[in-house]
Design a protein around this ligand. Structure first.
Ligand code: F6P
Length: 366
């Protein structure tokens, strides 16, 4: 009898822990299930362009501690709306049938799709076409439905927290307001958690639109009590009440074309005018997605990889492996696709921050 064969791809923006997952899936598939593993290069682009390679124990050895993904990633290629050039014009075509043909030709028994909400949505559509899919939740944003945590988040939270720690001393020396802009798209998890861990005086997240007067009042209050500096953790998706998010760029051929960024400069200008206190901005950007994964992300990535292989082995397809409390669970892809998990306003984390006197730039009660 021929060996069973699975494929794996990493889609969307990268994050620390992807290599831990690739290693975990490959080692578990070979070691425990005697399966072959094919890695597609650059996410769904590798499936579209037929670029892949066989993964072995040797090829995944030593990658646990490495950031990024040895398979490469892509956050544009969508087999259902793939951009090609026709008569010098970009047009979107559906190449999903071609992907399904490759899936069949390779004799895949399952395809493991590692990614965020965009990847899960595409994976769900491929599942409808007959592919046997298992999803794995990755993103520094922690905004995937159906799981308490995503790998990549813990590493990014540590980086953002360290940045907040570091700006404290310089803000204090120069009696300035330091704004640290943190990624997370439309979700405030990364800013909220690193903001609390890094002792930010003000935390601005997309789920709680800010009022600039509330922020100035906090800064003035601190000055009044002799605290002549303030630290503000700003989510890239933060927005003023009644206003809009700050868009940095539009990536036309991306399934989610909006890239946020720069709101902290807008806030800094307003604060300087209102308070007369010098402000400085640090936008962390892709630093948050780089470097070696934290021990938690290595552990979570490996646990999720083994859970994904359990789902493959037991034939529980079209599900995403997820963490619910301390339990590894399987969540139907249809409950994940096209959704975003935002910070609920009754989150205990918001209450925690309010209780220690942190402002959200809005009138909220602990
Ligand atoms: O989803 C992960 C993420 O890093 C977001 O936090 C950020 O808004 C976005 O990706 C940046 O995308 P890109 O890598 O295309 O600039």
């Amino acid at each position: 009898m021929s060996k069973k064969k699975i494929g794996i791809l990493t889609g969307g923006g990268d994050c620390p822990g992807l290599n831990a997952v690739i290693r975990g899936v490959t080692k578990c598939a070979i070691n425990e299930h005697g399966m072959e593993v094919i890695g597609f290069h650059d996410g769904f682009l590798g499936l579209i362009e037929k670029r892949f390679s066989l993964l072995s124990f040797e090829s995944v050895s030593g990658i646990l501690t490495q950031g990024g993904t040895i398979l490469g990633s892509d956050n544009k290629a969508n087999p259902f709306e793939f951009t090609v050039t026709e008569c010098n014009e970009p047009v979107k075509v559906d190449v999903s049938e071609q992907c399904m043909e490759l899936y069949e030709d390779l004799g895949l028994d399952a395809l493991i799709c590692v990614g965020g909400d965009g990847t899960m949505t595409i994976a769900g559509l491929l599942a409808e076409k007959g592919a046997k899919i298992v999803g794995l939740p990755k993103t520094i944003d922690k905004d995937i439905e159906g799981t308490d945590i995503t790998f990549g988040f813990d590493s990014a939270r540590a980086i953002a927290t360290e940045a907040l720690d570091r700006v404290h001393t310089t803000a204090q020396s120069h009696h300035r307001v330091l704004l640290v802009e943190i990624m997370g798209r439309n979700a405030g998890w990364l800013t909220l958690e690193s903001g609390i861990a890094g002792g930010a005086d003000v935390i601005l997240i997309p789920e709680i639109p800010y009022d600039i007067k509330e922020i100035t009042s906090m800064i003035r209050k601190r000055s009044h009590f002799g605290r002549r500096f303030s630290i503000i953790a700003v989510a890239e998706g933060a927005l003023p009440a009644g206003g809009k998010q700050t868009i940095k760029r539009i990536v036309e051929d991306s399934p989610d074309p909006v890239r946020l960024g720069g709101v902290s400069h807008v806030i800094a200008d307003q604060l300087e005018k209102e308070t007369g206190i010098e402000c400085r901005v640090a936008i962390l950007g892709h630093v948050q997605r780089g470097g070696s994964p934290s021990p938690s992300d290595r552990l979570l990535g490996t646990q999720l990889a083994v859970k994904a292989m359990d789902l493959v082995a037991t034939g529980q397809f079209n599900h995403m492996a997820a963490l619910n409390g301390t339990q590894m669970v399987a969540v139907p892809l249809k409950d994940v696709a096209g959704r975003q998990r935002l910070v609920p306003l009754d989150s205990p984390l918001i209450r925690t921050a309010l209780s220690v006197g942190t402002s959200f730039g809005a009138k909220l009660n602990a």
